[in-house]
Write a protein that binds this ligand. Sequence first.
Ligand code: NDP
Ligand code: MG
Length: 402
Amino acid sequence: MTPRSPGRRLVLLGATGSIGTQTLEVLQRHPDVARVHGLAVGGGRPELAAAQVLESRPERLAISDPARAETVERAVLAACAGAGVRAPRIEAGPAAVVDLAGALGAEDVVLNAITGSVGLLPTLAALSSGARLALANKESLVVGGELVTAAAAEGQILPVDSEHTAIAQALAGVRHDQIDHLEVTASGGPFRGRTREQLRAVTPEQALAHPTWSMGRVITTNSATLVNKALEVIEACYQFALPEERVRVVVHPQSIVHSMVTLVDGSTIAQASPPDMRHAIGWALAHPEKLPGLATPLDFSAAQTWTFEPVDEETFPAIALARAAHREGGGAMAVYNAVNEEAVDAFFDGSLSFLGITALIEEVLALPDRPRVGRADGVEGLLALETWARDAARTLLAARES
Ligand code: NDP
Ligand code: MG
């Protein structure tokens, strides 16, 4: 892909979310990065979807949830008629999202900012189209790591996760055999420093109060349990082709150093910028170009302190659980992620405690009848395993309630 080619098109999946809206902000400031060809949304925010259509004027709009599609379509058509502009082609259903994800070509870019493993099929469709994949949907890489990396050409996936964009930047000019290990930084979330006892009565509201980042509901909860960091360790294993023991985690509460790479010669390279996802988004869209003014530079004329500390693995078992699941393979990480998605929903509807989230993941992973899948089972096998995991999680949740 030629950097900043004027004809470059963008498909933005998950446009109405936290990453999606920030992507459109980046494009507003840097319109020559790409022209919006299509937007995909879940269907939960019709007015925002309509406003985004008016602003970015896509040719296509896909709405994943058929039950909400009519409301979104009505809002979009009314907004377009009111402004006297041509409405996009509107399609509904999960297949429409996958179709849109695969609609572009090698000169173009797909930014996948859908939440959850439902982003896997769009990721695979984007990869097979040859387009650059700017990947915020870390779940697709975590769940389908082997399939996704096998489908991707060298350099086709550019991460939109601050830690991974940091590592990719630190690795510029570094050969793979020169890497000793990665240090993925973690803010520690809102409950850093607490004991398990103190976490027993945590409410969803408290879990949503992230100290440094403003994000969607699932990833914010995942940041509180450290499941997000666990997913990011596995994301890094696949993105940078390293075993999990060479991907370490260090708590850095200021979220300024977004991650680091330690080389075989003992030197550590870090990337630092204020916590603002627009930097990671713009980096992935424009790479290898650098967009002027993308981040507000750090101001070293003011005194500041950056601190680093180890993770409290005892209070937050999420990372160790993910490492074990990844080492085991056979789809165990898909089970981990699917159960977590169910557990987060249960936490929000009040049927599961905060500590219950990782406990449920552990419990399902330990079930003796847990099926295993391999690459030969393909994406269908993986999706069937996910369904099994969600059913198992719901059964255990129902048993707790009764
Ligand atoms: P949000 O929950 O804010 O947004 C999710 C978006 O996906 C919404 O636009 C939603 O639509 C849409 N959506 C949901 N289901 C589907 C579907 N089946 N097809 C198409 N669109 C769908 O999430 P975030 O923006 O916070 O996160 C998105 C992804 O990026 C996650 O994987 C997250 O882990 C990752 N990420 C996020 C960061 C952040 O700062 N937020 C940082 C790093 C990674 P609707 O509005 O209609 O519900
Ligand atoms: Mg991150």
